[in-house]
Design a protein around this ligand. Sequence first.
Ligand code: ZN
Length: 319
Amino acid sequence: MLSVKVSFSLPNPYRNEFVSLSDSEHTVAFKLDEGTNVARSDFVDLGVISSFEGRRLLGQFSFEYTYEPDRRVITVCGTDFDSAGSMCLTTVPQGTTEYCRQRSAGGGFVSDELAANPHWNYLTTLTPGLRDVFRGIVRTVSDRLIDALKKVPQLIVQVRKDPPEMSAEEHQQFLTVYRGGKFLGFHEPGRQYGPQDEIFTVDSVFGGEVTLTYGEAFANVIGSTNDPKIAGLSWIQLWANQFGTYPVVCTSYQSNGFNCGNSLVGGHVIGGTHASIVPQGSNSVWILPICIQHNNNDNVYMQALKYLKGIWLKNYLGS
Ligand SMILES: [Zn+2]
């Protein structure tokens, strides 16, 4: 089991004739078990609702995660990822079941959830700005949770994100073709494809970002491409788009005395020290910038030395 703590406070006290919230600091703890689960903090006391018998206002944070201890990987939603699994602040007047939910991104299920709340609904004009206050808190807690996870020694953190914004032309560059379930390469306009070929958009395989710890071992996915040069250019561009910088050196530069080259590709890699075939549907493939020499050598493993962040692919369809 993994446990993490996150602290937060309101940037300013919130006070009007209906609700008063203090700006004192709170700390919430989450315990994370193996598998896909929802983590819930204890309720914290956020303030008082004077308009409702002076009841205390309690808040609880929750989020969905997947923890794979054998791979040392935790997967959570990014703060901007609009999902029912993203960080959520549930507020409730003490002793009632009038729940209001605020998620870090998107709107959640507000209309349904508020139907049975005669006393506690912070979306009305009676509490101006309160929704923004809660949204700020839940986003802070989400950001700090992700930071806290990245600080856990030896833990690999995968964060669900939307693919970077792309023009229609760029989108076309990331169309991939699978033949009989195996990665064939990037879609080439004008090339003839057969009935056994399937074309996928980047949205169907883009999971988000992965952050490795320094020195983490990784190895090639065998059979991820039959043309590393063409494929590499586009995958490396995807990496560059995601992280806002074009890679200039192999992630595993000269690790264990390896003679790296200057030409880089976006390599399909997995955690660990053994290059291997990855089963279809796997969520364990990452894209990291590596030199062509490393990309073509399945007998050595690599290490995260120059870059710690990669693209995380979901529903990998290769091999
Ligand atoms: Zn290299």
